[in-house]
Design a protein around this ligand. Structure first.
Ligand code: ADP
Ligand code: MG
Length: 260
């Protein structure tokens, strides 16, 4: 795989003002990748679908990475896998059982959590042990939530009126068979993409932000967008615009991104 721009965890943390349309488009890309993995014969279960394992290109196209713990699983035969991979927050209830049986719905549960992570920009800390554990007070002080309560707690944080909330709830059903298949997840997201079109300006904005390194990032960006608006209507020739871009960002902002 080629070297990509950033991973999704890093991106949402560093860009808290990312708009909803961009987040939805990223999630839609991930669902398309997952649809491919689950459509293989036998299906390939990723088993570690987390934001750090989603890589982003410069134009914010998302790609699924880190297939290190993925497994082909025959859907007609219950498959028990001994290892219990992945990040605790993303792990489904069935993977916590003694002899966990894995299906593609394991990834759907993780996808529900991936939506939450992408929307709220961070990962709630969770702990596994029961509420009667003597360390409970300590965990609470550290801001952690007990594993079995993670979903309810996150629902509150995301907000029940959020556009993505109904999809999250369905992905996070405890019983795997109640969760939607990836095709359904993907088509729901495609529909949301149509309702929330991503503007080219969003892409250029992040591209420019990543390309510059000094503290007055924002001022330069505002100036650049201002020059750019003149360039788009033909008042500034492309060669000059290229020069302005180089001066402002001390490095090339991809000119092929400059079409809107
Ligand atoms: N192709 C890539 N381009 C850019 N960054 C990458 C790429 N592959 C991995 N990374 C970065 O390295 C981190 C760890 O890589 P990963 O493949 O997930 O290995 P592991 O989780 O097993 O250590 C990712 O979260 C990402 O930030
Ligand atoms: Mg990884």
């Amino acid at each position: 795989m080629e070297r990509l721009h950033s991973d999704l965890a890093d991106f949402v943390k560093k860009n808290p003002s990312t708009n909803l349309a961009t987040r939805i488009h990223i999630l839609y890309d991930v669902s398309k990748g997952l649809r491919y993995l689950h459509s293989l014969t036998p299906p390939l279960i990723h088993r570690d679908l987390t934001a750090p394992n989603i890589l982003l290109t410069e134009d914010l196209t998302a790609k699924i990475g880190d297939l290190g713990v993925s497994r082909y699983v025959d859907p007609t035969v219950p498959t028990i896998l001994s290892t219990n991979p992945g990040h605790l927050f993303y792990m489904s209830p069935e993977s916590q059982e003694e002899n966990p049986v894995y299906t593609t719905k394991l990834d759907i549960f993780s996808f529900g959590n991936l939506i939450i992570h992408t929307v709220i920009g961070d990962l709630p800390k969770v702990y596994r042990i029961s509420a009667s554990d003597p360390n409970e007070a300590l965990y609470k002080r550290e801001g952690k939530i007990e594993l079995m309560r993670r979903n309810t707690s996150v629902h509150v944080k995301m907000g029940e009126d959020h556009t993505l909330y109904p999809l999250v709830v369905r992905c996070l059903y405890d019983r795997p068979e109640q969760r939607p298949a990836v095709e359904e997840v993907s088509s729901s997201l495609r529909e949301l993409c149509h309702r929330h079109p991503r503007m080219a300006i969003d892409i250029c904005y992040y591209d420019a932000l990543y390309s510059c390194s000094h503290s007055w990032k924002h001022t330069r960006l505002v100036m650049w967008v201002w020059f750019r608006s003149y360039w788009t209507v033909g008042l500034i020739p492309t060669r000059l615009m290229r020069r302005i871009t180089e001066l402002l960002f001390a490095g090339p902002v991809r000119m092929d991104m400059m079409r809107w």
